[in-house]
Design a protein around this ligand. Structure first.
Ligand SMILES: Nc1ncnc2c1ncn2[C@@H]1O[C@H](COP(=O)(O)OP(=O)(O)OP(=O)(O)O)[C@@H](O)[C@H]1O
Length: 286
């Protein structure tokens, strides 16, 4: 089942000289993890904002094309340009790059409950969702903490908890680990994997950490200059090493090495992890 259909989407910010998205079309199926990579300024963040309707409803500009979101639980379809912005976060949650920009309450629990109060839910439902969101994100016990006192990884997990409490079926994450240290990165990407596996969520993930994207995404979109230049499975996209290199996209080390080894005829297909690479060349892991 398709849960996101983007058709001929173009967008130019007010006062900008050129379009930030140029005739972009793609689909995402229920339960998929779509990785989005591309150089700085290629339109990834703009695309994220368009997926939950902030563009064109709150951030205006020249918009054409359609972004249609289908709620897999009800089958209802929402064309973002015709849907109130207050409705979309209950279907598509958006987590931004910098957690601090999304956190503005005095305690962890107030942060998560804030959006729920705006949904007009009753007290019991708010508490139920609050507990669930903190449980899933591993933040139980930190309810009374002041958000700026949390670690970077905890702050980003809190931003995710606040979005999850709205019970979206689809999660869009715009470089959620870019401000984090390696421990924080692992925490957040571990959470993304859990949300997919155990909660059946569909995920669109913009991520510079290509190791994760090539290893776990079902499909990858590569963007450049507002358009999609490559789209395919990690295996298919990895075949285009030269294009990726020209765009300045760093492949995971195992793929870079396997690309060189393939050129020399030592192995036949790309290896996505170090273990896979070692086993291909007859190393210690077999
Ligand atoms: N609010 C805005 N007003 C005008 N132009 C903008 C605005 N936000 C982004 N742009 C422009 O739109 C283009 C795409 O930017 P966008 O932030 O979507 O790219 P990105 O791929 O997410 O980059 P990064 O990896 O650096 O976050 C860039 O040329 C950028 O300068």
């Amino acid at each position: 089942m398709k849960v996101i259909s983007v058709e001929n989407l173009s967008f130019k910010y007010r006062r900008a000289r050129s379009y930030s998205l140029k005739d972009v079309s793609f689909e995402v199926k229920k339960g998929e993890l779509l990785g989005v990579i591309g150089p700085s300024g290629s339109g990834k963040s703009t695309l994220c904002l368009a997926l939950n309707g902030i563009i064109p409803n709150s951030i205006k500009g020249e918009f054409s094309g359609d972004v249609v979101i289908r709620d897999p639980r009800t089958g209802e379809e929402y064309n973002t340009k015709e849907t109130p912005v207050s409705k979309l976060p209950t279907v598509v949650g958006l987590v931004l790059q910098n957690p601090e920009s999304q956190l503005f309450n005095m305690t962890v629990e107030e942060e998560v409950a804030f959006g729920l109060e705006n949904l007009g839910l009753d007290r019991n439902e708010i508490l139920r969702r609050l507990r669930w969101a903190l449980e899933v994100t591993g933040l139980r016990g930190l309810e009374k903490e002041f958000p700026p006192n949390l670690s970077g990884g905890q702050q980003q997990r809190l931003a995710i908890a606040a979005v999850l409490a709205m019970r979206p079926a689809i999660l869009v994450l715009d470089e959620p680990t870019s401000q984090l240290d390696p421990v924080g990165k692992r925490e957040v990407l571990g959470l993304v994997s859990l949300l997919r596996k155990e909660h059946g969520m569909t995920v669109v993930l913009v991520e510079h950490h290509t190791d994760y994207v090539f290893r776990f995404a079902d499909r990858i979109l590569v963007m450049d200059d507002g358009g999609i230049v490559l789209e395919g499975t990690p295996r298919e996209v990895a075949e285009e090493a030269e294009t990726l290199r020209k765009l300045g996209i760093k492949l995971p080390a195992s793929l870079e090495i396997s690309h060189e080894l393939r050129k020399r005829g030592i192995i036949e297909s790309p290896a996505f992890t170090e273990e896979e690479l070692l086993s291909r060349i007859g190393g210690p892991s077999g």
